[in-house]
Structures are given as C-alpha cells and as structure tokens.
Design a protein around this ligand. Structure first.
Ligand code: DSN
Length: 432
C-alpha cells in the first residue's frame, strides 16, 4: 500500500524540520545541543519500545538483560566523569529529577529558598512549576545585580531566619557560578539541604570548566543531559551522600517515573565517554567562544549584560534588546533569518513580561560542537546586527546564514559510526 496522505504529510513535516534545523539554521538556544552520529545511532534502537520499571537486576519486567548492563555502565561512567559516588540516571528530564529530589526533601507546606526567577531560575524551581505543584512554598533569595549573582550576606541571613527544608541553586540563565560553599555552610547550620540544578552547565563541569557543586558542599545535584552535556533529552541526579541517594533512588519509580525511556541510556553513555575524551577541549572552546561572541556583540552596539564582570563564564550570553524593540521582536526577526535564539526575562522585568521580555539569551555550546571558533562567532555578531539593528530584510540575511552553516555540519568532539556498523541491517535511518 502506498502511504496515506496523513503519513506523507507527517514525514514531510519531519523532514522539513530536520533539514531546516540541522542544515540551514544557526542554533543559539542555550538549552539545546546535537548528539554525535554514534550517540544518535545508539539512541534509535529497539530499547525505545521496552519497559524496565525498577532498578537493574530488580526489574518488574523481563527482557532487560542488556538494558540492565547498559544502565549500570552508564551509572559507572557518569560517576567517573563527574567524580561523584552515586548517580541516578532514570529521571526522564531535569524537571523530573527536580521533582523527585524536592519531594524527598520536603512535604507540602514546607518552605524552600530558590534563586530569583527573573535572574534565571528554572520554572521547575518555582511556584509556577514543579515546586508549586508539590505544594512547597517558594521564597526567592536576594540577587545582587552588580555581581550578577546571589547576594551572599543577605542570603545567609535569610537562610538563618527562615530555616527552609532546602535551598535550590543553579539557573537557566547561568552566567557565573553560584556561591555554593557559602550557601551550603549556612544551610547546613540550620539543618537545610542544598540542591544544585546544573542542567545548563553539566558539559562544562564534565570538561573541568565549571565547579562541581558536590565538591563545593551541595548535598545533591540535578541535571538534564542535553544542554552543554550533548546527550539525548533526559535527566540525571548525582550525589556523594549515600543516604540521600538511597532515598531518591527509592522514589524515582514509582513516584515520578514508570518507564524511564530506555533508549536514552546507551546514547547518554556514549556521550559520557565522548566527554571523557573530548570534554576538556569542547568546554574550553565553549567558554572562549562565549567571551568572543559577547565582546563582538558589544562591539556591534548591543547592550550585553554583565560587561563589568567579563560578560560570562559559561556558554550563555544575555543581551538587553529594549533599544531594538524588545526580546519578542528580536527573537522573531532572527528566526526569520534562520538564527534561532529565545526571548528572555531580565532581572528587572516583572514575571508577567514573559511574552515580551527585555532580553534575548544566546548559547554557544551547540555551534561550538559543530566546530565554530571565535572568528565565526564574530561573524555571527555582524549578522545579528544586520537583522536587529540595521533592519535588513531577514530573508536576505538568511541566505548568508544558510551559506555559512554549510561549513559546520559535522559534529566535533564526538564519535562517528564505524564503517562496519554503518551497513548493519538493524540500523534505523533518520528521516533526512
Ligand atoms: N527551559 C529550558 C531552558 O531553555 O533553559 C530548560 O529546561
């Protein structure tokens, strides 16, 4: 039978997406990345159809002889990569990882301190997201705009006064490391725990370019596995605290996960190995690229935030585009030119400005993975100026972007599929 029109349409839309995002766009979304060819091949497997509730060796389903082994290997690889004792890889996203840890640490009605929303806390840390759904009260830590960071002195006082169940650090606009040591010591003095969400910077931690919060006093870390860490979409929890690991592991299933999407496991494990081999070079280049990109954007007349602090120490750059008509306008114009960014709240925006905030957020990690260096980001800064400041027709700029992207189609800092596996009859091809 030939394909029915609905299927033809679905295939066409999928191929259009693949072609556009994979070959024709420059992606600067700070929370995304692309897997290596080997990790992609390891993702697209029969494991995506299977169930394995419970822990390796103690599953509620038969058929997991090989998945058990992969899961144990993944736990071991991640624990070596991150230099921590315990890794729980079953949360299917960073948000689910947060849900498990928050619920283990607090009951409905308890209080938690979080980094301020306008300064980049993730929605799951807040009353609007997972924390709120769990009935845990959110209290925002004070933020020091001059330091683009949590105000340590006031935060310590607040922790001592409020005595929360836990404090959450980490953010989705994460330019400079949060003061984990100081906050952890204040939290521990009142019996509170510290959860550090490192979703945005996991790849930088793996490459040694960002402090590992567990080594700085945090009790437990949560993360996704697909931002600077360039694996499949998923979540992970890690800690050196055996008791906490046991608690969390006991409740991932059945509280927040039934099946844990098994095809993530080999692809995440391949990515962990890649970070062991290439992580340092990859993370160093991300940080160099961010610095060069921020300087170039400032040179093109943009108001790049945190200039007095050197703009950023991570993959992320934040630009105040109010003079250019605001975040929504800039992000849409750039999308029309095939430069993909997201509009973002800045610290002075009220939460209700979320649909048209003052800023845009740019991340260098994915294009770094495709091989871009400092001079390439300088060129991108010029293209962004043409669209957002000079008002050039985005469709004209798009032609330059498509041409430019042609030099950056291969994933670097990762493994390709060896020839002998390329011809395997069990390979499932991607719709390109
Ligand atoms: N909302 C994502 C981000 O873009 O940072 C994280 O889940």
């Amino acid at each position: 039978m030939s394909l029915p029109p609905e299927s033809v349409k679905i295939v066409e839309l999928t191929r259009n997406h693949n072609r556009w995002r994979r070959f024709e766009c420059v992606n600067l979304i700070a929370s995304e990345n692309t897997m290596s060819p080997l990790a992609e091949a390891a993702y697209f497997t029969d494991m995506m159809h299977r169930y394995a509730e419970g822990k390796p060796g103690r599953r509620y389903y038969q058929g997991n002889i090989f998945t058990d082994e992969v899961e144990l290997l993944l736990m071991d690889l991640m624990s070596k990569l991150l230099k921590v004792k315990y890794v729980e890889p079953r949360p299917i996203s960073g948000t689910v990882a947060n849900a498990v840890v928050f619920r283990v640490l607090a009951n409905p009605g308890d209080r938690a301190l979080i980094a301020p929303v306008q300064a980049g806390a993730h929605v799951s840390h807040t009353k609007f997201g997972t924390l709120g759904a769990l009935g845990i009260e959110q209290i925002e830590l004070p933020f020091d705009l001059d330091l683009w960071n949590i105000d340590v002195d006031r935060a310590v006082k607040m922790i001592e006064e409020i005595k929360p169940k836990f404090v959450t650090l980490g953010a989705s606009v994460y330019l400079f490391p949060h003061p984990t040591k100081e906050i952890s010591s204040a939290a521990h003095s009142v019996g509170a725990r510290v959860v550090h969400d490192v979703a945005h910077v996991l790849g930088l931690i793996a490459g040694g370019k960002w402090p590992n919060p567990i080594h700085e006093g945090a009790d437990i870390a949560t993360s996704s596995t697909h931002k600077t860490f360039p694996g499949p979409q998923g979540g992970v929890i890690f800690t050196d605290d055996e008791e906490m690991y046991k608690q969390v592991s006991k409740y991932v299933f059945p509280w927040f996960v039934s099946n844990h999407h098994l095809h993530r496991l080999p692809a995440t494990a391949i990515t962990a190995v890649e970070m062991m081999y290439f992580g340092e070079a990859y993370a160093s280049q991300i940080v160099r690229n961010s610095k060069a990109f921020a300087e170039a954007l400032a040179g093109e007349g943009f108001k790049v935030l945190a200039e007095h602090l050197g703009y950023t120490k991570s993959h992320t750059i934040v630009v105040d585009v109010r003079p250019q008509g605001g975040g929504a306008r800039a992000a849409k114009l750039l999308e029309d030119a095939n430069i993909i960014v997201n509009k973002n709240l800045l610290p002075w925006d009220p939460p209700e400005a979320v649909r048209d905030p003052s800023g845009i957020r740019l991340g260098t990690q994915e294009m770094t993975r495709f091989g871009m260096k400092e001079e390439d980001f300088r060129y991108l800064a010029k293209l962004i100026r043409e669209v957002v400041v000079e008002g050039k027709d985005p469709r004209e700029v798009r032609k330059k972007v498509v041409e430019f992207r042609k030099d950056f189609l291969e994933v670097k800092y990762g493994f390709t599929v060896p020839k002998e596996l390329e011809d395997s009859p069990i390979k499932i091809p991607m719709l390109l």
